[in-house]
Design a protein around this ligand. Sequence first.
Ligand code: PMP
Length: 425
Amino acid sequence: MRIDQATPEQLREWEAQLSKDYDAIVGKKLSLDVTRGKPSADQLSLSDELDGILAGNYIAESGVDTRNYGGIDGIPEAKRLGSDLMGVPADNILVGGNASLTLMHQTMLAAYQFGLTGTSSAWKNVDSPKVICPVPGYDRHFTVCEQLGIEMITAPMTADGPDMDAVEALIKADPNIRGMWCVPKYSNPTGVVYSDATVERIAKLGLIAHEDFRVFWDNAYAVHDLNDNPQQLASVFDLCAKHGTDNTVIQFASTSKITHAGAGVAFTAASSANLTGLKAFLGACTIGPDKVNQLRHARFLPNRDALMSHMKKHAELLQPRFDAVLSALQEAFGDSDLGSWEEPAGGYFVSFDTRPGCARETVRLAAEAGVKLTPAGATFPYGKDPEDRNIRIAPSVPAVEEVVGAMEVFVVCVKLASVRQALAA
Ligand code: PMP
């Protein structure tokens, strides 16, 4: 089906047929949900051994009793787990509570309100500090900025990561830019892995940006590969060291999609100057994180091999769901001008771009046919997709047959929205 080459007559025929197909689907009264990137119950069960793993031995290798207060930056064996996950020396890692989102929020709040390297570095000292958001991106990053009243400016994502010409131009043009969000591996939602050249250019941003500029490097999918030979992400930590920009990038990760999503362990990796600023802030929020859970995780995933073989089990459960999405898209749109998408080799999402102006209507049609999709616009700051094109599909939770069913609906909705728009034009 190629809309651009269709005659009005053909469009009307298609519309009539698709409307019939759609009504038949509505009649099935489906109830399917492909909205959020969460692990399925089967994935969560892979880590049930965590429960009881300590068998009464709560003492960390440092001799600390993990049941007690203290240890704002985490126990040594949990730092090593963070090091295995993020590829950063354990000395540069702070281990937090269950959510990396909390650490990102707290770090941005500390940078904004108090300054990570002294009060004169606080972003609030500037009239209108701004943060660059590659789009499409992760809605919860945007919510953090929105809550803190930090203005967001967008830069387009490419197949290699953020468009670095655009990012560098923005930074050079506006001295009030203080930050940038990045999801460098299996980016949410486009699934791309930043190329080596992109990572190096990001590491070098500290050479052209204001000294209080920080990249929030959210490596949520650091080890979430679907294939055995995944594309390697260059080490931004090493590249910052090479270019003398150690303070520029602050990294985040967690075990949320490795063990139990709501009861995992989160990590920050940063220069010692940044860690000092963050710890000063955290010290006012808490006497210390949940070290018992840190110890459980360190015993469950004692080294990189254990971590990677555990992730293979996740991949086995996720792969058929991704296959179901990608084969449905290929079959329906492979030879069409109705949409485009990336084929992610990991992470939790498939990002689909409709023809301009069709995303919102596609999501609405799908909802009425019983398939919940992430709201159109959610992948852009302030919920505004200027071209109304992007839709994020998250296939991890439903069973494979349900993903297949959801994609049948999705395909019909994309086609119907596109044809109706063409007829109205
Ligand atoms: N970052 C990204 C890019 C995510 O997709 C998610 C979860 N969807 C998170 C962070 C949340 O991580 P956590 O559970 O550690 O807060």
